[in-house]
Design a protein around this ligand. Structure first.
Ligand SMILES: [Zn+2]
Length: 123
């Protein structure tokens, strides 16, 4: 048996008194638990290394086509830069505001990289 949250519909284990997702009491007569402290803590615990790594991946993918095109003539490698959009697209879909913001920043980095790559390729 699972305890389904009345508020958000989350399926909790049957020994849970509060919803694991939103903190709503699953048993009559219990008070709403303070879940905000938990959320605030979570916000500061974003993996900085993962964010930095995602920047490196995005910059590498979206700018490598441009760099290669500078040295190799009639290179179709500029199309490779489109892979640079993968990481930002993934990050932008995050529900976390900070990760989303990094995703938007990386989207711009990719756009510039792709634009430069095609400028070099088509000139
Ligand atoms: Zn819930």
């Amino acid at each position: 048996m699972v305890r389904i949250c009345k508020k958000c519909g989350f399926q909790n284990q049957d020994d849970y008194d509060y919803c694991a997702k939103c903190g709503t009491p699953l048993v009559e007569g219990l008070k709403q638990k303070q879940v905000y402290v938990y959320h605030a803590k979570q916000q500061s615990e974003i993996n900085r290394k993962a964010i930095i790594l995602s920047y490196i991946v995005t910059i590498f993918l979206s700018w490598s086509g441009f760099v290669v095109s500078l040295f190799a003539k009639n290179s179709a490698l500029a199309t490779f830069t489109f892979f640079g959009f993968f990481m930002p697209f993934y990050l932008v879909q995050s529900k976390h505001p900070t990760i989303k913001r990094h995703g938007i920043i990386q989207m711009f980095i990719s756009l510039v990289g792709v634009a430069l790559s095609f400028y070099v390729m088509l000139r």
